[in-house]
Ligand binder design. Structure first.
Ligand code: NAD
Length: 454
């Protein structure tokens, strides 16, 4: 089978590379010429472990190619995946202009039966909308089917998530389209991956419901962390005690600086907005968003309360990406902290294992303009070569992202390099008693001062 993937970002490229690894012939399309130029040479425009080898191997074996011309992919493919961005508009709703543009472009080149699949996260009703756009733009009497096949991969472990997903969701009306999708995903059938086959609207909603539930779990444990600090409890033990109950489960119960990234913030907002349009108030999703916003503010307050005056101080920030193993900084908590600390005239020394000025420059279109300017040009911000360089002469250290390399820092060395021993561990990597006994003024999330961890 030959398929086309329109939009070669995180989702499109991982999807294309993994399907080619399954033996399918894949043409990946993107309108960004520079991206396609690099990909043709086997250069991956972002950081995702394992993707480099996968892409190179499948290019060499002739199953994966790249183009800027959508017509080429439409012509040769039976299935066309739409994997373009669906960014948030100012009011929280989804900007569908890229999806709609692709639907029109596909229609213009279609001259035989195609299955058109949305992989992008799209509001309920998009399947119908795409059907209408395609019908209106078709040149002749050509048959086609629409499928919703939302993607659940996590950046940082995207290949494993694609190759061994918890489930595959397929929303479609046509038995022929369902059969083609099952055929495409045959390698996953063979490893007994559960398939959820349903109608298009349900599939579209499953994606938003899943992300909003995950966001709710994070906000729930962050709210418990606030209480833990007041009552002398340890949030990790609370999470463990809760998570062992199989009805609850242990995943996504890690306290921290609040959720960020390219999906949870935008998808919770979109679900709220979508429900609102149908006259439904989603109080739980609304609360999850509010708790998340508060959590980030609370962290800044915590830093200010601990350090007193922070104006003119130097803070070393470790971790910029919204989570480890990715260079994605979209809606990363680090960006919120940087913005707030700049307002307070703090000098920030940054270190992240993969995010540097070049990555920030590439992310220009996705991030607040003023913040980009500050990150690239402000005298208050410097990019450092490693964690120790960042900490040199700083009044405090903040760990924002739990990259593995931050889990085993040489603490004595850090302490000597710091001007003052403030240590804000937003990912609860270190053991509070030990840090305090070493002389750090140590602050974490949801582990009260007087709790002894055994
Ligand atoms: P991305 O911004 O990394 O990639 C989108 C790509 O689409 C870009 O390369 C852009 O140039 C391209 N594009 C835009 N318009 C185009 C057009 N008309 N023709 C061809 N290419 C075009 O986005 P992403 O992170 O891969 O996300 C894509 C979708 O998948 C979104 O709806 C997102 O919510 C969803 N999703 C993302 C993740 C994730 O972890 N990133 C996970 C699951 C679902």
């Amino acid at each position: 089978m030959h398929i086309g993937i329109i939009g070669t970002g995180y989702v499109g490229l991982v999807t294309g590379a993994c399907f080619s690894e399954f033996g399918v012939f894949v043409t990946c399309v993107d309108k960004n010429e520079e991206k396609i130029r690099l990909l043709k040479k086997g250069i991956i425009p972002f950081y995702e472990p394992g993707l480099n080898d996968l892409v190179k191997r499948n290019i060499q074996q002739g199953r994966l190619d790249f183009t800027t011309q959508i017509g080429k992919a439409v012509e040769s493919s039976l299935v066309l995946f739409i994997a373009v961005g669906t960014p948030r508009r100012g009011d929280g709703s989804v900007d569908m202009k890229y999806v709609e543009e692709v639907a029109r472009d596909i229609a213009k080149s279609m001259d035989s039966y195609k299955v058109i699949v949305t992989k992008s996260t799209v509001p309920v009703g998009t399947g119908e909308r795409i059907k209408k756009i395609i019908s209106e733009n078709l040149k002749g009497d050509v048959n086609f089917d629409i499928v919703s096949n939302p993607e659940f991969l996590r950046e940082g472990s995207a290949i494993e998530d694609f190759m061994r997903p918890n489930r595959v969701v397929i929303g479609a009306e046509s038995p022929q389209a369902i059969a083609i999708m099952k055929d495409l995903y045959k390698p996953l059938y063979l490893i007994e991956t559960p398939f959820v086959i349903t109608n298009i609207e349900t599939a579209e909603l499953i994606k938003y419901a899943s992300n909003s539930f995950l966001a709710t779990k994070i906000s729930f444990i962050n709210e418990m962390a606030l209480l833990c600090e007041k009552v002398g409890a340890d949030v990790h033990m609370v999470a463990k005690g809760m998570g062992l109950d199989q009805r609850i489960g242990s995943k996504f119960l890690h306290p921290g600086p609040g959720f960020g990234g390219s999906c949870l913030p935008k998808d919770t907002d979109a679900l709220l907005k979508m429900a609102d349009e149908y006259g439904v108030k989603l109080n739980i999703v609304d609360a999850a968003i509010k708790v998340n916003n508060y959590q980030k503010k609370f962290i800044i307050e915590k830093i200010k309360n601990a350090m007193g005056i922070i104006r003119g101080k130097i803070i070393a920030m470790l971790g910029l990406s919204f989570k480890p193993n990715t260079d994605d900084i979209r809606e990363a908590p680090s960006l919120y902290f940087i913005k707030e600390l700049i307002k307070e005239k703090v000098n920030i020394r940054l270190y992240d294992p993969v995010v540097n000025k070049e990555v920030i420059n590439k992310s220009r279109a996705l991030i607040d303009k003023d913040l980009i300017t500050a990150l690239l040009n402000s005298k208050r911000i410097s990019f450092c070569k490693d964690p120790y360089d960042a900490v040199k002469g700083a009044n405090a250290i903040i760990i924002v992202t739990e990259w593995n390399q931050f889990r085993n820092l040489e603490l004595e060395r850090l302490k000597k390099l710091l001007k003052e021993p403030y240590f804000f561990d937003l990912r609860n990597i270190y053991e509070p008693q030990r840090m305090k006994s070493m002389g750090f003024k140590y602050y974490c999330v949801g582990r009260a001062e007087n709790v002894k961890i055994k």
